[in-house]
Structure formats: structure tokens, C-alpha cells
Ligand binder design. Structure first.
Ligand SMILES: NC(=O)c1ccc[n+]([C@@H]2O[C@H](COP(=O)([O-])OP(=O)(O)OC[C@H]3O[C@@H](n4cnc5c(N)ncnc54)[C@H](O)[C@@H]3O)[C@@H](O)[C@H]2O)c1
Length: 435
């Protein structure tokens, strides 16, 4: 039985139930809309209808269960079955990196072609996937419907806090040629206290790429500063603290680490380089940001090798953390996996533990011994590398860790654990940008 607020909400279809689509669907249902989510993977849809959430995302299971119970959230196989009654259709399908670095729009085009014939007149298609400038037009063409508007509404959520970010966004950006469509889309977010920016589609699409590129730039910058700190004997943690007090700089996203990764920054930064190039601008700055990041993977692998006595060939390296960051199970373009790949290429035997990786089976983990707990990962290891900043790693029993290892050596690529406590226990310790 639906309550009054459900009847006041809009009828919405969400195409794609990945990190963005599932969060979008569950949150819009929570805001009182009537939502149908579609995917093309039958097992995923069946699992979701049983209330099983395929990804690790704080608060998402509660919202999905709430939506299933109230009937305001449903899951169907095939996008054409989701849209015939919808006033709004969100596209949340992948836009992976194409061979030449540009964004591959084939999923977007396929989804638009599938739904085109089934849309009601005056429906609005909202593009939430990250797409290059001009993609609103690409979607319009693929839909083939002059009576349907297409609006760009980029998503800025962070994996690990996706539900919180969707419901408490720093801003909502709507890019539309048709002001009437923009106002209707704005109405969907009335329940959120966030600045709303209405602009043209090209600017909305550019805002998303520019934001991700800027955040990647901050991380590459601080990793470059960390390299300088190591060279001159400064401590990057103190340097960043001192920088962050300056309000023009701020302290967000200035944490040194093993490099940036994940499903967005790598592909989006390369796509922006390509967008600029196609438009006649050589984005040298962003190319440099990407290069610094690739060098960072190598620098961390070198540190681990150095710590292992100059070579890792035939030696066991313990790794804590495989996901691209903490509080997610996403390993897409994970810096941890990239560093593990480099260590294995140098002959290391890698024993890894990650709280979100329960069993092997994922081809990306082939050749890595997956341990069931962090201590087991350390058994007989010459060096421990901390590659993802899971909080629980901070509170482990390092006496036990030391007893398990062949040598008490730690490379902390996240500057996560208490260096002094480790030194007191006789570990040799190396972080990033500090001794
Ligand atoms: N993951 C993030 O943190 C994040 C943040 C902001 C923006 N984005 C952007 O959002 C988009 C989606 O990213 P994601 O991480 O959610 O991807 P994802 O790979 O987790 O999910 C995409 C889903 O779409 C489904 N799909 C593909 N084609 C379909 C079709 N024709 N009909 C129905 N379903 C279809 C897939 O099966 C998959 O379940 C990308 O453009 C990404 O760049 C992602």
C-alpha cells in the first residue's frame, strides 16, 4: 500500500543499477518518488528484488529494503520494461574508457535506443552518466523522439558515502536547453537542501569532468610534494596540515597515498585530455597530473622492494587493502591492484587481505593469495604494505603482526598507522612523504 507522499512523487525510471543507478533509485524512492530500476543482468535484478545488495555502500541496504517494502522501488530486467509510465528517465549506465582515451558512449547509445520507442510524450531523459560535451545531443539522436527532452544532471557522489552524498549534495547541476525541462528536473530535488545550478548542457558536462580533474590534480600535487618532502627531510603530514589552514587551499583531498584510481578519475581525466585535444587545446597540465599518478604507483612499488632488501624476487609481501579506497568493495582501477601487479611482475609472492574481499574468484585477483584475516596475510612476509586506508588496520595487534612476519617491516602507503607505536615495537617503518 502506498502512502500519500508516494502519490505526490513523480514516476521515475532508472536505467542501470550500479553504484550510481542503485543509489539514485533508492534515494529517489526515499524522497517519495515512484521508482522502477532496470538492468540487463538477470542475476542482479533477481538479487535486488530479493533485497540483496550487490555492492558495499553504507546505508544503501536500508533504503532498498524500505523502498521494496513500500512498493516505491521496483527492479525489472530490460530498460524498455521500466519506462512506459515514466515522467523522468535517468541514464546511469557505464561510460568506460575507449581505446583512444575518449569516453565510450556505446552503453548510453544502446540504452537510449532501447527506451526511445517506449517513452511517453513529454518525458524527460536525464543523463547522470559522466559523458563528454555534446552527449546530450548524442542521446537525443539515439532516442529519435522530438517530443522528449534530454537534460544533463551529472552525479558527484563518492563511493563509500554515496547515499549520504546523494541526499546531502554540495550542489545539484542541471544542464538543459529547455528551461521548462530544467525546472521540472529541479523539482525532483526539492527535498534536498543544496544549491541548484541551471546551465547549458555543455557547461554541465564540463563541470563534472573539470571537478574530477581538479580533485585528481590535488592528489597528484600532494604526492609530488610528498616526494619533495622525502628528498628534503620534511614531513608531508605537517606540510599538508599547514597548507590546509589556508582557507584558499583547504585540507580536503590533500592526503598523500599510493596514487588515485577507482572507476572515475582515471577514465575521466583521460577523457578530458581527449575532449580538450579534439577541441584544439593541449591540456598539458592534466597530462602531467596523470603522469605523476603513474609514477606514484612505481614509487610505492620501489619503496616496498627497497624495504624488502632491494629485491622482492621470490619473497613474500603482505598487502593490506585491495579496493581503490576504504568503505567500498570497488576494485576498478585500484592503485592497490596496480602496485600488486608491479610487485608480482618483479617476482614477489603476494598475500593480501581486504575486509571487503571475501573470496577469490575475481579474475583481477588471479595469482594473489587472498588471506581470510590481516594476520594470516602477514605469515612469513618480508614486508607488509598498507595500500588501502581501512580504519580497522589502525587498531590491529602489531605485536602479533610482528610475530607472524619473517621481518618486521612496514610500508604504509596511506600514512595510516601509528608510526611511533610501530617503531617502539621494533618495526622498520616507511610512510609516504615522511621517514
Ligand atoms: N561510481 C561512481 O562513483 C560514479 C560517480 C559519479 C558518476 N559516475 C558515472 O556514472 C556512470 C555509471 O557508473 P557506475 O559506477 O554506477 O557504473 P556500474 O558499472 O557500477 O553500473 C552500471 C550498470 O548499468 C547496467 N547497464 C548497462 N547497460 C544497460 C542497459 N542498456 N540497460 C540497463 N542497464 C544497463 C550494468 O549492467 C550495470 O549494472 C558512469 O558514467 C560513471 O562515470 C560514477
Amino acid at each position: 500500500m502506498k502512502d500519500e507522499s508516494a502519490r505526490m512523487g513523480s514516476k521515475i525510471a532508472v536505467i542501470g543499477t550500479g553504484y550510481v543507478g542503485l543509489t539514485t533509485g533508492a534515494c529517489l524512492a526515499h524522497l517519495g518518488h515512484d521508482v522502477i530500476c532496470a538492468d540487463i543482468v538477470p542475476e542482479k535484478v533477481e538479487a535486488l528484488n530479493r533485497g540483496e545488495i550487490p555492492i558495499l555502500e553504507a546505508g544503501l541496504d536500508d533504503l532498498v529494503h524500505e523502498g521494496l517494502r513500500s512498493g516505491q522501488l521496483r527492479f525489472v530486467l530490460g530498460s524498455e520494461h521500466a519506462v512506459d509510465d515514466a515522467e523522468f528517465v535517468y541514464l546511469c549506465v557505464p561510460t568506460p574508457q575507449g581505446e583512444d582515451g575518449s569516453a565510450d558512449l556505446s552503453y548510453i547509445e544502446a540504452a537510449a535506443q532501447q527506451i526511445g520507442p517506449h517513452l511517453q510524450s513529454e518525458a524527460i531523459v536525464i543523463n547522470k552518466s559522466t559523458v563528454p560535451v555534446g552527449s546530450t545531443f548524442v542521446v537525443e539522436q539515439a532516442l529519435g523522439r522530438a517530443d522528449v527532452s534530454v537534460v544533463s544532471n551529472p552525479e558527484f557522489l563518492r563511493e563509500g558515502s554515496a547515499v549520504h552524498d546523494f541526499l546531502n549534495p554540495d550542489r545539484v547541476v542541471i544542464g538543459a536547453e529547455d528551461q521548462g525541462a530544467a525546472i521540472r528536473v529541479a523539482g525532483l530535488y526539492l527535498g534536498l537542501a543544496a544549491p541548484l545550478q541551471v546551465t547549458d548542457p555543455a557547461s554541465a558536462e564540463t563541470i563534472k569532468y573539470a571537478s574530477n580533474a581538479f580533485l585528481a590534480t590535488k592528489i597528484s600535487f600532494v604526492n609530488a610534494i610528498a616526494a619533495v618532502c622525502e628528498a628534503v627531510g620534511a614531513d608531508v603530514n605537517d606540510v599538508v596540515l599547514g597548507m590546509g589552514y589556508d582557507k584558499r587551499i583547504g585540507n580536503a583531498f590533500l592526503r598523500p597515498g599510493p596514487g588515485w584510481g577507482g572507476s572515475c578519475f582515471p577514465k575521466d581525466s583521460r577523457a578530458l585530455v581527449r575532449i580538450a585535444e579534439d577541441a584544439g587545446y593541449d591540456f598539458d597540465l592534466l597530462k602531467g597530473v596523470i603522469t605523476v599518478n603513474e609514477e606514484q604507483f612505481e614509487r610505492v612499488a620501489d619503496k616496498i622492494e627497497h624495504m624488502a632488501g632491494g629485491a622482492v624476487e621470490g619473497k613474500t609481501v603482505a598487502v593490506w587493502g585491495l579496493t581503490f579506497k576504504a568503505r567500498t568493495d570497488d576494485m576498478r582501477d585500484s592503485p592497490a591492484l596496480e602496485i600488486v601487479r608491479r610487485l608480482r611482475a618483479r617476482g614477489a609472492v603476494v598475500q593480501a587481505y581486504d575486509p571487503s574481499v571475501e573470496e577469490p574468484g575475481d579474475p583481477r585477483l588471479d595469482g594473489i593469495e587472498i588471506a581470510t584475516d590481516p594476520y594470516a596475510a602477514c605469515a612469513g612476509a618480508e614486508v607488509l604494505a598498507i595500500l588501502t586506508e581501512w580504519d580497522e588496520f589502525k587498531w590491529l595487534d602489531f605485536d602479533k603482526v610482528g610475530e607472524t612476519m619473517a621481518a618486521k617491516r612496514v610500508v604504509d602507503a596511506r600514512n595510516l598507522v601509528d608510526r611511533t607505536a610501530l617503531l617502539r615495537r621494533g618495526f622498520v617503518y616507511q610512510g609516504i612523504g615522511r621517514a
